[in-house]
Design a protein around this ligand. Structure first.
Ligand code: SF4
Length: 189
């Protein structure tokens, strides 16, 4: 698979929620975000601005916001913060209420990419910025069930065909910011 067909790490959570949302995310991602984002999501965007602007740390042994890739899984994207010395990979989010599988898959993807690039990742975790809490996540080798789920999502993304996709869960549409624009939405208000 070529680089332009590779899976973006940032799309994993969208795909798990609904594959169609990737299309809308890409579409609206180029517009003014205030047009379509709720307050919680805007807060989340701000959480990453320090990383995007590379302001998190000037220590040389901390990698921040760098591009990573895995040829084996054909995935690419960015990591948030990786401390090379301690081997701790951290993904910061503004406020974590629940750890969704899609979040864990993003960390797994970052873990696999860093490992393939030659780094030793010893610990993976989320950091919830608003309440200053850390959430340690087991490494893929320590949670084989989750690792299997992750690999099956990667496979499903590679094989996904938008034409034949039908949403079956109205609750997802009800909670989806894209439902007014989505012709697959099961929810109409
Ligand atoms: S409205 Fe429903 S089908 Fe459309 S993107 Fe959202 S969750 Fe998916």
């Amino acid at each position: 698979m070529s680089e332009e067909n590779s899976i973006l790490i940032s799309q994993l959570n969208d795909f798990v929620f609904c594959p169609v949302s990737i299309y809308f995310h890409a579409l609206y991602g180029n517009l003014d975000k205030t047009l379509y984002q709720g307050a919680a999501q805007i807060d989340g965007t701000h959480a990453h601005q320090a990383i995007d602007n590379k302001r998190y740390s000037s220590r040389k042994n901390v990698l921040q916001g760098i591009d990573v890739y895995s040829d084996e899984l054909n995935i690419r994207g960015k990591i948030d913060v990786f401390d090379v010395d301690s081997g701790v990979l951290t993904e910061r989010k503004n406020k974590i209420v629940r750890i969704y599988d899609g979040y864990v898959f993003q960390l797994y993807a970052q873990y696999y990419a860093l490992t393939e690039m030659g780094y030793t990742v010893k610990k993976i975790r989320f950091h919830s910025m608003s309440d200053n809490k850390n959430y340690d996540i087991k490494l893929p080798s320590e949670d084989t069930e989750m690792d299997k789920k992750f690999k099956s999502v990667i496979k499903a993304m590679k094989e996904f065909n938008m034409e034949s996709f039908h949403q079956t869960n109205i609750e997802k549409c009800r909670n989806c910011i894209y439902y007014p624009a989505c012709d697959r939405s099961l929810y109409v208000d």
